[in-house]
Design a protein around this ligand. Structure first.
Ligand code: ADP
Ligand code: ZN
Ligand code: ZN
Length: 755
């Protein structure tokens, strides 16, 4: 009888760990937890396990009392003690991500820990601190030996520590001019001085001091938003998500700061997500000024060491707030109260490699799992968020007025069709209205920004005789021409060839470079606005992070009159002396083969327009277009987000696009086109079994960009409701079935780009 009882006890508690191993990506394996490790192995712990004939590292996804595996279970070999573990609360989130985004468990779990932390290669930085070990003994040593020249060095050292307190070696050297290491060692041996080790934080801040700020007295609109957020933090609202729809300068950031303060008061922590580009020193300074160094800034330019330190500071509970781009969402806080997603519509929140998650949507899920409130802030929310607010799934708070009652910039539309025939000497790029406006600014010592939306668009080489267009042979896109280097380059694979002087097809010399790039605009602007000081910012001129800061600094100091640029200058820049923004060709983005083209164009125009008039002088925006009747341009020029949103949602509902459906894109890539088509067709047939009346499936068909780096691309677009079963099928097809060699497949759930 007693034996039986003992057996029971032994089987109680969790003796089986379900482990995911890097080699098997999506399959959990059961291992027995040896007695000596029981209690120490937890969900998220990194363990070593026997796998085949080798030893592998993996993560524990869950614990169980017993296993359904028939054979004898192998035992865990040990805990990877020096490696970081995934906090348990994030493991649940990772499992959800794997399922929702159809990626492997391993990929999802890995993305929860920064590589710098996961690798185990980085160690905390420590330094030695010296202090008096025995005060009385030290004092009497000084008293006895003060007059002895032979003991002068030792006396100096003791005096420095007695009066200066504990200190690192550098300080000790500075305060004892005749510092001698052998004297120091002697005193340590004698037990008069002792050493301890202290963690040193690798400093991540760009500057050391900021002036502290207090909460500002909220405007009426801010007060209203804050009252709602307070209820949300107290779990008194129907939803844990609030959409803060506030125009630029309406004081959204101030609302974030005060909301964080409320969460801290509750003893909770907060995460602030910002698009990488807005993680500028300006933003960082505002957060530090309010919260001091109790803040972790997770910048993409952190070194591995800094990233490691910051993760540990968060994990140890030393900081309460993390600010950063996408991956900051996985900051290992244990008592999360609030997640803020600033500029929630930004496409940079969607990760372009597996797991292809949307940080906004995962933030909402993390909030739900951990009982935290979520604030989504934007002047131009994504259709998905606007829709969720309209059906009551999210709370909504609007802020329509700029703080200090500033007038928003004056927006004018120029119909460029009237300028269809460029006269000799005139470029046709700049309308007379824009030219006058820029010259006007120059005469007043004010600055202008000229913006070109170049996404999916470039200056291409065309033969006027035969119509030949220079295209990259490996990728199915037109080459971009650079006049500066006389080259043609491919933006997808980076391939470069010298520019043609005659057509390679027909030999004609009538080569034309169609379209306009920023480079061309810059050269024309130099002629038209002579002697203006002009700089250009785009991904061609801005190679390093420093180039960006250098140009912006010159602009800020007033050393430039005109800044020409692409998307790169659309966001976040705050230059009070910029009173004019010219949008060279507002139509470019609208032609993209993408159902989000209107939304993106609206967001971009709104953002660019927001760069004008941030100082005391009212700003002006001039939009050049050949489609002045286009709804998107009309609503953007009228600052009518609601009008645009209604128009855009109607269009999406009519065509069954998100947010009325879910959209999943499956991409197939391979070098052998017929094999690829065959596989994509078989794949589609297998998926068809899960298609019901509420699901539409299109393809497989060639992707809009048919080839990249020599690989053919096909895609399957699935739209619909109730996709759960179908998603499970997709997961199995991609992760658990053999895929022919030479082909790869990836699934993009809630795809942002269908190119
Ligand atoms: P947004 O994030 O919506 O663009 P900000 O929070 O940056 O707006 O506010 C714009 C400017 O107005 C900032 O300079 C900010 O310091 C100031 N501001 C915000 N709220 C207030 C307030 N309640 N009282 C006074 N100034 C404010
Ligand atoms: Zn290419
Ligand atoms: Zn030709």
């Amino acid at each position: 009888m007693p034996l039986k009882g003992l057996d029971k006890i032994k089987n109680m508690g969790n003796s089986v760990a379900k482990v995911i191993v890097d080699i098997a990506l999506d399959k959990e394996f059961d291992y027995e937890i040896p007695i000596e490790l029981q209690g120490r192995v937890k969900v998220g712990t990194m363990v070593s396990v026997p796998f085949g004939n080798s030893r592998r590292d993996g993560y524990v996804l869950s614990l169980a009392e017993n296993s359904s595996f028939d054979g004898k279970l192998k035992s865990l070999l040990g805990i990877c003690g020096d490696r970081a573990h995934v906090p348990e609360q994030l493991v649940t989130l990772g499992r959800w991500m794997a399922e929702y985004y159809c990626c492997s468990q391993e990929q999802a779990i890995r993305s929860l820990l920064p590589a710098a932390v996961r690798s185990g290669k980085i160690k905390p930085r420590k330094r030695k601190i010296y202090r008096i070990a025995d005060r009385d003994a030290a004092q009497s040593f000084v008293a006895i030996n003060s007059a002895k020249p032979s003991a002068a060095l030792r006396v100096d050292l003791l005096k420095a520590l007695l009066s200066g307190g504990e200190q690192p070696i550098e300080t000790l050297k500075a305060s004892t001019p005749a510092f001698s290491n052998s004297s120091l060692q002697t005193l340590i041996r004698k037990g008069l001085i002792e050493i301890s080790e202290e963690l040193v934080r690798r400093d991540v801040f760009f500057e050391s001091k900021v002036i502290a700020t207090q909460a500002l007295k909220p405007s009426q609109e801010q007060a209203h938003a804050l009252a709602l957020i307070k209820k949300m933090l107290n779990h008194e609202t129907a939803s844990h998500v609030l959409l803060l729809l506030g125009v630029t300068n309406s004081g959204k950031t101030e609302v974030y700061l005060q909301s964080i303060a409320m969460a801290l008061e509750q003893g909770k922590s907060a995460i602030v997500l910002v698009p990488e580009i807005s993680l500028t020193p300006q933003t960082v300074r505002r957060f530090r000024a309010r919260f001091g160094d109790e803040l972790s800034i997770l910048h993409s330019r952190l070194s591995d060491g800094e990233r490691f330190d910051e993760w540990n500071r968060i994990n140890n509970g030393e900081v309460k707030i993390a600010v950063g781009a996408r991956s900051a969402l996985f900051a290992p806080f244990r008592n999360l109260g609030l997640i803020i997603v600033d500029e929630e519509h930004e496409s940079s929140y969607k990760q372009s490699e597996a797991p292809r998650y949307s940080a906004r949507d995962v933030a909402i899920m993390r909030g739900k799992l951990e009982n935290a409130a979520v604030i989504l802030g934007s002047a131009t929310p994504a259709a998905e968020s606007a829709y969720n607010a309209s059906i009551g799934k999210f709370l909504l708070s609007r802020m329509t007025e700029q703080v200090e009652n500033k007038l928003p910039a004056h927006i004018r539309i120029v119909d460029q069709r009237l300028d269809e025939e460029p006269k000799p000497g005139k470029s046709g790029f700049f309308s007379p209205m824009l030219i006058d406006a820029v010259r006007d600014r120059m005469s007043r010592g004010e600055q202008s920004i000229l913006f070109l939306n170049r996404r999916g668009y470039a200056r291409v080489m065309i033969c006027e005789e035969c119509g030949f267009e220079a295209r990259c042979p490996d990728c199915s896109v037109a080459y971009t021409y650079s006049k500066m280097h006389e080259i043609l380059s491919c933006h997808l694979c980076g391939g470069v060839i010298p520019a043609y002087s005659s057509c390679p097809e027909c030999g004609s010399a009538k080569i034309r470079y169609a379209g306009l790039g920023t480079e061309k605009i810059e050269s024309v602007a130099k002629a038209v606005f002579h002697p203006a000081r002009i700089a250009r910012m785009d991904s061609d001129t801005m190679r390093g992070a420093d180039d960006y800061e250098i140009v912006l600094d010159r602009f800020r100091r007033g050393e430039l009159d005109i800044l020409i640029g692409t998307q790169m200058i659309a966001k976040g820049l705050h230059f009070p002396n910029v009173t004019l923004v010219g949008i060279i060709n507002a139509d470019l983005g609208l032609a993209m083969p993408d159902f989000r083209a209107s939304e993106r164009t609206f967001q971009l125009i709104t953002q660019v327009a927001g760069r004008a008039g941030r100082g005391d002088i009212r700003g002006e925006v001039i939009i050049q277009t050949r489609n002045p009747e286009n709804e998107t341009i009309y609503y953007a020029a009228n600052r009518d987000y609601n009008g645009f949103s209604k128009f855009d949602l109607e269009f999406r509902e009519l065509l069954d696009y998100p947010p009325y459906t879910h959209l999943i894109a499956v991409f197939f890539r391979g070098t052998d086109e017929s094999q690829l088509i065959q596989y994509a067709t078989d794949f589609t047939r297998a998926v068809q079994a899960y298609v019901h009346s509420e699901i539409k499936i299109a393809g497989p068909s060639p992707a809009p960009i048919e080839r990249i780096k020599g690989k053919f691309r096909y895609m399957l677009v699935i739209r619909g409701r109730k996709l759960k079963l179908l998603k499970q099928a997709l997961r199995i097809l991609v992760l658990h079935r053999a895929i022919p060699k030479g082909i790869d497949v990836y699934i993009d759930v809630d795809a942002q780009s269908l190119l």
